[in-house]
Design a protein around this ligand. Structure first.
Ligand code: COA
Length: 254
């Protein structure tokens, strides 16, 4: 249980809202577990036909909670983050994301598992794994080059460059960029309602067909990423980068 995830269900749509404004919706172990549980439960609940993942009008999420990372590093397949990633990777019902403001780390990689993504023009998508002494996660090292090509993926994953929501929609990382936060949430809601009105078995099997080969490969890559990630997280580069973030100073890599 966590107060940092708001769960609402109406009109056959489940909406998960990350709600930890003081920490820019940084994801704790409890939030990952609550999201995984809600997404998994939705798969066998006939009253739910689509799931929206969103933050607020000003922030999607700043990614993994850095303090959690330092105190309880993810420990492979049993960790809450892995349960969450598995849940979004295997979800049979459509996942829709509504993204405003920063979407850092897993805030962007989770979008690669969604079926529809709506962003604010000024949203800020960023995957600074290498900058933090880590490596890509959530299958992004496979999914991103597949989506954008190697060169653009390298810009985002090796340099950790930020892209705006407007740019994300141009390069195919999002369906549509909208002018303000409310419009983003409305677009996601409208898409979810459209999906909820379609024949559910047809939606489910069609999603399965679209994703089948990709899901299997993404899961294999995710396991390898998980091993490297854990190794790097325990090493000196990540320790320096994460401590520097908490101490609000630039990291120095010797
Ligand atoms: N984990 C833990 N705490 C975080 C966090 C994270 N991922 N991201 C932000 N916070 C905390 C900050 O430490 C700060 O806490 P404080 O008020 O107690 O000092 C608070 O949230 C506000 O963050 P701040 O950086 O001051 O806000 P901002 O508007 O200037 O910037 C971000 C917002 C999201 C761009 C910036 O916080 C950021 O880059 N966060 C790091 C994200 C990151 O590296 N995530 C990847 C982890 S793999």
């Amino acid at each position: 249980m966590t107060d940092h995830l708001l769960i609402e269900q109406s009109d056959r749509v489940l909406t998960l809202s990350m709600h930890r404004p003081d920490k820019k919706n940084a994801l704790t172990r409890a939030m990952y577990s609550a999201m995984a549980e809600a997404i998994n439960a939705a798969q066998c609940d006939d009253s739910i036909r689509a799931v929206i993942i969103q933050g607020s009008n000003s922030c999607f999420t700043s990614g993994n909670d850095v303090a959690d990372f330092i105190s309880v590093p993810p420990s492979g397949p049993d960790s809450p983050v892995y349960h969450f990633l598995k849940a979004i990777c295997h979800a049979q019902k459509p996942l829709i994301a509504a993204v405003n403001g920063p979407a850092v780390g897993v805030g962007t990689t989770l979008l690669l598992h969604c079926d529809l993504v709506y962003v604010g023009e000024k949203a800020r998508l960023k995957m600074p794994f290498v900058n933090l002494g880590l490596c890509p996660e959530a299958g992004s090292s496979f999914l991103l080059p597949r989506l954008l090509g190697h060169l653009r993926a390298a810009e985002l994953l090796l340099l950790g460059e930020e892209v705006s929501g407007a740019r994300a929609a141009e390069i195919g990382l999002a369906n549509k960029a909208l002018t303000d936060g409310d419009a983003v949430h409305q677009a996601a809601r409208q898409a979810a309602l459209k999906l909820a009105a379609l024949p559910p078995n047809s939606v489910r099997l069609s999603k399965q067909l679209i994703k089948e080969g990709v899901t299997r490969q993404a899961e294999l890559v995710m396991e390898r990423e998980g091993e490297y990630f854990a190794e790097l997280l325990a090493g000196p580069e990540a320790r320096e980068a994460l401590t520097a973030f908490m101490e609000k100073r630039p990291a120095v890599f010797i």
